[in-house]
Design a protein around this ligand. Sequence first.
Ligand code: ANZ
Ligand code: ZN
Length: 881
Amino acid sequence: MDQQSTYDHAAIESKWQERWADADVYRTPDDATDPSYVLAMFPYPSGDLHMGHVRNYTITDAYARYQRMQGEDVLHPMGWDSFGLPAENAAIEREIDPREWTMDCIDTMKAQMKSMGFGYDWHREITTCEPEYYRWNQWLFKQFYEEDLAERKGGEVNWCPSCETVLADEQVEGEAELCWRCDTPVESRVLDQWFLTITDYADELLDGIEGLDDWPDSVRGMQRNWIGRQEGATVEFEVPDFGGIEVFTTRLDTIHGATFFALAPGHELTQSLVADDPELEAQVATLDPDAEGDEKRGVFTGEHATNPVTGEEIPIYVADFVLSDVGTGALMGVPGHDQRDHEFATEYDIEIRQVVAPEEGEVDIGEEAYTDEGVLVNSGEYDGMESTAAREQLVEDIETAAHHTQYRLRDWLISRQRYWGTPIPVVHCEECGPVLVPDEELPVELPEFVPTPTGNPLEEVDTFVHTECPECGGPAERETDTMDTFMDSSWYFLRFTSPDREDVPFDTERANDWMPVDKYVGGIEHAVMHLLYSRFVTRAISDMDMLDVREPFEHYLPQGMVQLEGTAMSSSKGNVVSPVEIRDEYGADTARLFMMGAARPSKDFDWTERGVRSSNEFVGRLVEMVEAFAADESATTDAGERPIDEYVAREIDATIAETTAGYESFRFNDALREARGLVSLLRRYREQATPDSHTFERGLKTAVRLFAPVTPHVAEECWTTLGEEGFVAAADWPEAAHDADHAAERRLIENTREDVRHIIDVADISNPEEIEVVVAPAWKHRALDIAIGSDDDVVGSVMADEDLRERGEAAADYAKDLAERRQSLSKSLAPDEEFAALRRAEWLFEREFGCPVRLERASDAPEEIARTATPGRPAIEIHED
Ligand code: ANZ
Ligand code: ZN
């Protein structure tokens, strides 16, 4: 076969891209009712498309195209998640405005997307760094604020004491946690920051996971973990001069084993203690609450707390493993039963006491904490109680104790001390405090970029910072924090429904009709935060009466990775294949076909040059077949009713059914395997006989449409070559001409061919003269039906049938055979259907085995051959020269 593709992919692809654009084929009409909303996570514009992008976008594109051909209205939009630190850094490096850099990247990526044939409705393009978009971030922020869902409070930040600036996590480098600019060790500071109180929605977001049936279980689990609901109790420990200090614990049953008390560095009590003790302050400053290493570090405060049940005085430490924003920011340390506490106690020589024992046997808590539940010991009057019961009793008995549900989820810190983001629409007035910017003054636009050696460039722009208080008219300063870019992506899917609205963030009526997103595809790295923030914002917006929908994404599919020799492609590993180069060499259709054919979307797969080449050859063959057919009508006949024609006709139907099922369920690789099978069948058909022109043409037109979602350009070209008017992109999805049990027919033929191969092999036949194929008699089909329908006594049921009983021993033997296989019996085609199916497939046997087939009914065949025929498994006799 041809080695190189014979078609000019570059010419074909750009031709059709232009025509699609001219005809606006991918536009979603505003009056569409409930279109199929197919969305890929919009990209950060970083420069060039990489293979991961191309895979992600090909998946949604193929599905969107398939849906459109099914007659659905489709919403398949694209945009740019274009704020963020990388643009700011790139801009500083290149000494240009982040805006300029970003817009350049967008131009490049957009051109590359178009060249890959992705069919987006570009009228709906969203660019988050444009004021038209981010003004709505600001407006939404105000709504959140008014609903008490936005607040300003202390939050820990990375602080470089030498640059005197806050650093983003990405700007803190290495284990040693050094400032990226000056290599000074980074400290943690508590500064006032803006938060969205997602924790108010913790229960709802958790419970909502139940309804997300079309999300992968793994992702649902990740969301559950992130929210991390825990049932426990709060209880107070007395500290002289400070009163009761509350802790949160999930294991109140272990309170008799609390041998130390620990505070987060940010805890109020810590702040009070260090205020009077500079030495302690210095020591506490060296603690690192973000430390993820194994080593737990702490500082003894010199103070003690009283255990409310034992009355013991236990030492108070400030420790880095106690988090300020978890629980109460303080904990009771129980080294015998909590592993972190155990490590801490070992390090600081604190008593490790066992207060819970397994129900049976013993444990040694010297090396490791015993963290399971059990029976209380060394716990006074509670000894012998089970953990659960003891917890209940203790909550009642301890005056300051109360049940408490605790979440791992923290409020969403949206403040960023960076330039390239949405300015938070707040003005700080000495008189009035923080004041929201009035709607008429939105958007608060970013001023021009001024590169600054340190800190937040916005702070340096006097004309931006100095303003008037909207409330009292006095002098005020603008908020210089900008929003986390997750804010931008937490509602963009709503904006796509009405991106041109200038008076509202989105059109409520349309969003109600078009949302939720039906299919959302994007990287698993966004499976926690982005999806959770989007779910939160959607719910909050819904509670503001702007939307009825409460869950934004009906179905989420994280796509697998594109790998090279088993490792994920990444520029840092230097193992990337450039999609642009592949497109130039082989064409976009080839790249798309290879990717979609290699694995199902959720699976990782290996990029191979061989795979790409074989996809390319395949596309070439399809084009060649279509062209040959169009050019040379005389190679066909009007016969039409030969068995081979019927065989091909029915295979066309079977392929449509199977391919459709594949697209429908995102098993594109299975769909494409089927569609390729049809093309190869048509090739064999053409080789074997002079094809019937109607059947052959239907086959080609079917194949072209089945490939159209994945290889849209050649599909258009072929469609036109076949004399069709209009775009294949807008054509109807093919429909099967007749219903049949294709699977049973295929099984029958495949099993029979397999049996012939087996016999030829075992009997070592080198020159078969004729293959005799005998289908089972009708009575065996009857017996099979009875056996399938019978409950227990297969032989009895079969032999209860008068006709069958009259067949005597042959029927009894077959009944026994059926009884033995009763677990695996499956319905077969009727005897006439079997005969007809095999007749249609005779040519395949002749092709494969090089001799004619004699197909017979059992009644016409010699008894000793016919005897072995059963439904679905004809008898076979091979005659040799
Ligand atoms: C005493 C205790 C005994 C705890 C025991 C656990 C086991 P996990 O462990 O993930 O279920 N905790 C409370 N506040 C904290 C804070 N601000 N920072 C870090 N840890 C904190 O989470 C619940 C446990 O985390 C709580 O229960 C508390 O330790 C600790 F055998 O209290 B436990
Ligand atoms: Zn004021």
